[in-house]
Design a protein. Structure first.
Length: 324
């Protein structure tokens, strides 16, 4: 069983007459990369700040490794490294000096500071520029230095707020690979907020979709696809080799027996089957059992982009077919 590291129970945050976060229930597990996905103003950053204890929830309870960010603020802050969407460094110091200073603020024993800073700079690919000032760095280099700074205290949790914002494509790939490496090498639980669908899909084990302060859905990309398909209906298209006309009526009866609301549309060499939930594996099994020599199968499993579109602009999107 996965260990729950962060829990939010019926959490709300109200600013004036606006609910930035509305009755949020969420669990984040040890060792996963979790994405908070949604447009600007959806509640992602506010949720991160509440987990960090930098702003207090208006209602509900939050636990980080069993501790409250408000009642055990110092202990929780030791567990979390944070990269804000705006990274700041002391420009009169070098990259190495910035990290060393931050290490001293976090009470890292002085004999350990130099070695730890060197290790972190190597980890984020900045050893060769450790003597340079951050003011000379590109946005991507500053983000990687910011991640090194967040890792100085060796936290269990790393929170990244829009970490790829403003990066060029190569900078994005470097940062995403760093996120993967940190998770794989050290088992760090990582939370990423973003509105960049393709980036979230590349690195996150699970995502939560925020819409106007509410968490509309949580799960892996496959889970979210199946959840949404259960609301929209599921379509499978199956093509076959050779002759199958004599098996059509018997197969139709078997499918209707299992999914009474299913509809089938036949052509000379294919059938399109609509069912109320995800059913492609079961349909393929039935077809084979009834003697069909299958050539190709397509299913309307949804990409993250299509899932996102269904929640945020539902009237403009229809599921697309993808080969299986």
């Amino acid at each position: 069983m996965k260990e729950t590291l962060i829990e939010l129970h019926s959490v709300s945050k109200i600013y004036g007459d606006r609910k930035a976060v509305d009755e949020l229930n969420l669990k984040i597990f040890q060792g996963e990369i979790f994405g908070l996905l949604g447009p600007n103003g959806a509640g992602k950053s506010t949720t991160m700040l509440m987990i960090l204890g930098l702003t207090e929830a208006s209602a509900g309870n939050i636990y980080v490794n069993g501790l409250s960010p408000y009642h055990s603020a110092i202990a929780v802050k030791r567990e979390i490294g944070y990269l804000a969407d705006a990274v700041g460094f002391y420009d009169h110091m070098t990259a190495h000096e910035n990290l060393a200073f931050f290490a001293s603020l976090n009470q890292i024993p002085r004999p350990q500071v130099g070695e730890r800073v060197d290790q972190l700079l190597k980890l984020v690919g900045l050893s060769s520029v450790s003597h340079k000032k951050p003011s000379t760095f590109s946005r991507g280099m500053k983000q990687r230095l910011g991640i090194a700074q967040a890792l100085v205290k060796r936290p269990k949790i790393l929170i990244l707020d829009e970490p790829t914002l403003g990066l060029d494509p190569s900078g994005v790939e470097e940062l995403l690979q760093l996120v993967r490496d940190l998770n794989a090498l050290f088992g760090i639980t990582i939370i990423i907020s973003s509105h960049q669908l393709d980036q979230v899909q590349k690195v996150c084990h699970r995502v939560g979709l925020f819409v106007e302060g509410k968490m509309e859905a949580v799960g892996s990309i496959a889970d979210l696809s199946h959840q949404l398909i259960s609301k929209l209906g599921h379509q499978s298209s199956i093509w076959w080799h050779g002759e199958f006309n004599r098996g059509k009526s018997v197969l139709t009866e078997s499918i209707i027996a299992q999914w009474p609301s299913a509809t089938l549309s036949w052509t000379d060499q294919s059938v399109k089957i609509s069912t109320p939930q995800f059913s492609t594996p079961q349909l393929v099994k039935l077809c084979v059992e009834h003697g069909m020599s299958i050539k190709q199968v397509q299913s309307n499993d949804l990409t993250l982009e299509e899932i996102y579109g269904k929640y945020f602009t539902p009237e403009k999107n229809e599921p697309k077919s993808s080969g299986v």
